[in-house]
Design a protein. Structure first.
Length: 374
């Protein structure tokens, strides 16, 4: 029976990072494209099988307890990732290590094929009320557009690209590299024409042979009502122009909303604070509250407590997906104790004290009242 730890050359308590490094090292050695010995293929398949099992916590636990037969009995696939064959080293390292390459992938995109342009990002800042109600905003971006002088060919009007003499028009050349693993002969992209098979000897003066040029563009953007800080908008095909007739990329707009000194936003609701006097809290009152839609009168019930809230329905933030639906304006009540009162108010507070406490205020209390409210 195979010992997966022995195959990879790691201990039975090896970490995932140690297993990954071991596989990377052994894969370089035994990949059939690199190692032409008869046993290379079988050894490479064993490496893949061992790696796949030991990097999966559930499979590894089963293997440690019951061995390779235990994996099959538990219903796991024991054929390994290379049972049906294997691609080049770039494919393997990309799939196993998320982009770690060995160089010289055999799967190359045709450089003359249409290619999509790059996506762009633009950050814009809005005032709080602008984000609430939305607006039309003109923005400016610098992006690549297809050169109108040469229609994207990169060649001067009347000129034509010539066949690359370095690669004979194939776009690729054969290159031999000496490494610690021996001599490797690879087919690589032609460094002269960059794989196109042709070169521009008389470039377009406007784009300098690039086929695209950077220009400033103005765009009218409709910012929807209800956008929040960090909201993103995508404008299709407003990014960089494509290559060889490919479609343009997209423009992503990232919204940054300035905080309000008065409103605090939570989803589609807004919160504000309202300080009232003890008398208003006891007796109730009708007060004016500043809202996103202007001043509104709000009724405070008698006996309202510090920290309680009064809600104004439909006065909050519009729902981004359904602007006709709006959140609430939540008014948080703060009962504020006055620090300066008149003599008349002082006498009334003294009388109120006597009524609520059930006895006359002591001189010490009166003196404290005088000291606080003088």
């Amino acid at each position: 029976m195979s010992d997966y730890y022995e195959i990879l050359g790691v201990s039975r308590n090896a970490s995932k990072e140690e297993i990954k490094n071991a596989f990377r090292k052994m894969a370089r050695k035994w990949h059939p494209d690199v190692n032409k010995s008869p046993e290379a293929e079988s050894k490479f398949k064993e490496l893949g099988k061992a790696y796949e099992v030991l990097m999966d916590d559930e499979k590894r636990s089963t293997y440690d307890r019951f061995g390779e037969d235990g994996l099959a009995n538990a219903g796991f696939n024991t054929q390994g990732p290379f049972a049906g064959g294997f691609g080049d080293l770039d494919e393997i390292f990309n799939s196993f290590f998320g982009g770690f390459g060995f160089g010289g992938s055999s799967r190359r995109q045709d450089p003359n094929a249409p290619a999509r342009g790059d996506d762009l990002r633009l950050d814009i800042e809005l005032e709080f009320e602008e984000a609430v109600f939305g607006l039309n905003k003109e923005i400016k971006i610098d992006h690549l557009e297809t050169c109108k002088s040469c229609n994207g060919t990169g060649a001067k009007t009347g000129a034509k690209p010539e066949m690359c003499k370095t690669c004979g028009g194939s776009g690729r050349i054969q290159q031999t590299t000496r490494t610690v693993l021996g001599h490797f002969t690879q087919i690589v992209t032609c460094p002269h024409c960059h794989g196109k098979g042709s070169v521009i000897t008389d470039p377009c003066p406007d784009c300098h042979g690039e086929g695209r040029k950077t220009v400033e563009k103005k765009i009218e953007v409709k910012i929807p009502a209800g956008v929040d800080n960090g909201s993103k908008m995508r404008l299709s095909h407003e990014g960089d122009a494509g290559i060889n007739g490919g479609i343009a990329g997209d423009l992503y707009i990232v919204i940054h909303v300035k905080p309000s000194l008065y409103y605090k936003r939570d989803g589609i609701n807004v919160f504000t604070k309202l300080d009232i006097t003890p008398a208003q809290a006891v007796l109730g009152d009708t007060v004016t509250v500043k809202t996103l839609d202007g001043d509104k009168e709000v009724s405070l019930p008698a006996g309202i407590q510090h920290g309680e809230v009064v809600k104004i329905r439909g006065a909050g933030i519009p729902n981004l997906s359904k602007p006709s639906v709006r959140g609430e304006h939540v008014v948080v009540i703060g009962v504020k104790t006055p620090t300066h009162i008149s003599n008349e108010e002082k006498m009334l507070y003294q009388k109120l004290y006597e009524i609520q406490i059930g006895r006359k205020a002591k001189e010490s209390v009166k003196e404290r009242i005088k000291g606080v409210f003088k």
